[in-house]
Design a protein around this ligand. Structure first.
Ligand SMILES: Cc1ncc(COP(=O)(O)O)c(C=O)c1O
Length: 466
């Protein structure tokens, strides 16, 4: 009886709108680009001995499975069923054609975006927070600690920890802690403890506060604080929201889904664009497409977009450097502005990181991708156009991808090319409205970029890196 009640419904339904492509399935494997690279990336180094890092060097920070994934050369890694089950709360995510933006720009280009903002935290970050929390819980870990820049990553780990019964403590970069009180409340709602960084709780934080009591903080400083807590407490492990191989690996669920969605609508991307902080949303979308590019099936241009105020790929050096400010992490070969570089407090807090994922740096050096830097006023101008056409209010980070996609679409208008532009729309900006307030009132400015400041911090990169 109950079933026939539903079947007899007379409400008419329409097929899905042609501008939205869903896939019915969530991928059951993550993809590891290292397996297909012609030259393997340089290994991370032990910060004390400068020798290649051994798995046991990481065991105070990460659970065994994560350490294994960090160093693996396997092409595909199975996603645990429990993780797929949680992914099902928001995945598969939609691939949407920005038809109204195309019309506004009067471009022959076709613009698509893969939207990750429908996750509980509002971005791509739960794609890795969930497996990281899961592997820690499986190993019997009770407490996890982390840093957060935009607040997106801290919220994601708080959410994932709540699902698997972990205690979660987050060091939120001071600039973001002050700009985004609602991110802090989200984390607290999911049961996490939140501290502004630099804080008085850790030695690294106290050292910074002694030099600069009003320090706006940086991701590098917040990482030092969280890593220090994990190093000092045997029952506590550390989780990172970007940069490392295992994080980029988990994010490939985005690109794998997107390949199927593009195939289903008969499209092939000519240009793939994503913003880069530590590189995880960009790598997550781009890496599966780079696999297809390396195999000769497609040949898209792959373009990272970073903020002009923190341009690690376009203005940094490619050298071994620490992942944090205090020099506690392994040395990684990456494009870096120097581990003690403190970027100006631009609104895209998630892009204020001194380095780039070593894997992205390596792929960049191999010439499989390119990078540009854009200043924040152009990004917010693009975000406003996007919001008024497409409805979604983007987080400040993906406004960089939007601005670059708009540049490309306007270039197509000049040349008459009908390129297919695919961009990573990695999160919404519902908790970033003060940034929009600033922009709409005309108060948002492009923070000056200081070559001198970068030169000074690059001079502090460890000498062994030469
Ligand atoms: C919405 C959003 N996008 C992008 C980023 C940048 O990180 P990644 O380069 O690892 O994607 C962040 C980081 O916090 C973020 O919150």
């Amino acid at each position: 009886m109950a079933n026939t009640m539903f079947l007899s419904s007379s409400v008419k339904v329409k097929p899905l709108l042609s501008s939205i492509a869903y896939t019915p399935e969530i991928p059951c494997q993550w993809y590891n680009l290292i397996a297909d690279l012609p030259i393997k990336p340089p290994p991370p180094l032990n910060p004390k001995t400068f020798e290649p890092l051994q798995p046991q060097d990481l065991s105070h920070l990460f659970p065994d499975e994560i350490i294994k994934q960090e160093g693996t050369n396997e092409r595909f890694i199975d996603i645990p069923e429990e993780v797929i089950d949680v992914y099902g709360l928001w995945r598969p995510t939609p691939l949407i054609r920005a038809k109204r933006l195309e019309k506004l720009l009067d471009t022959p280009a076709r613009i698509y975006y893969k939207y990750e903002g429908g996750s509980p935290a509002g971005s791509h970050k739960p794609n890795t927070a969930v497996p990281q929390a899961w592997y820690n819980a499986q190993q019997g870990v009770k407490n996890v600690v982390t840093e957060t820049g935009a607040g997106q990553w801290g919220s994601s780990l708080a959410f994932a920890s709540s699902l698997f019964g972990l205690n979660c403590e987050v060091w939120q970069v001071r600039a973001s802690y002050d700009q985004k009180p609602y991110r802090k409340l989200m984390m607290q709602t999911w049961g996490a403890k939140v501290h502004p960084s630099p804080s008085n709780i850790t030695e690294s934080g106290r050292r910074i506060l002694e030099q600069d009591p009003s320090s706006p903080g940086s991701l590098g400083i917040a990482i030092s604080e969280a890593v220090e807590m994990a190093a000092k407490n045997p029952d506590t492990k550390y989780c990172l929201g970007s940069v490392l191989n295992h994080v980029l690996l988990h994010q490939t669920v985005i690109g794998e889904e997107c390949i199927k969605q593009m195939e289903a609508i008969g499209e092939t991307p000519d240009v793939i664009i994503g913003c880069t902080g530590g590189g995880s949303n960009f790598g997550g979308l781009a890496f599966p497409f780079i696999r297809e590019k390396l195999s000769g099936k497609i040949n898209p241009v792959i373009r990272a977009v970073e903020p002009s105020a923190c341009p690690s790929l376009t203005k940094g050096v490619y050298a071994y450097d620490y992942g944090d400010t205090a020099g506690m992490t392994p040395l990684m070969k990456m494009h870096t502005l120097g581990h003690d570089f403190v970027p100006d407090p631009i609104h895209a807090g998630g892009l204020r990181y001194h380095g780039m994922a070593p894997l992205i740096s390596h792929v960049y050096e191999l010439g499989f991708m390119e990078a540009i830097a854009i200043a924040q006023t152009e990004c917010f101008a693009g975000a406003i156009q996007f919001a008024r056409c497409e409805g979604i209010i983007p987080a400040p980070e993906p406004t960089h991808a939007i601005a670059a996609a708009i540049r490309e679409a306007l270039h197509c208008k000049e040349t008459g090319e009908s390129k297919v532009i695919l961009m990573a729309m990695c999160g919404h900006g519902h908790f970033d409205l003060p940034a929009y307030d600033n922009y709409l009132k005309g108060n948002l400015v492009d923070l000056s970029f200081s070559e001198e400041k970068i030169k000074a911090s690059i001079a502090n990169i460890p000498q062994s890196s030469a």
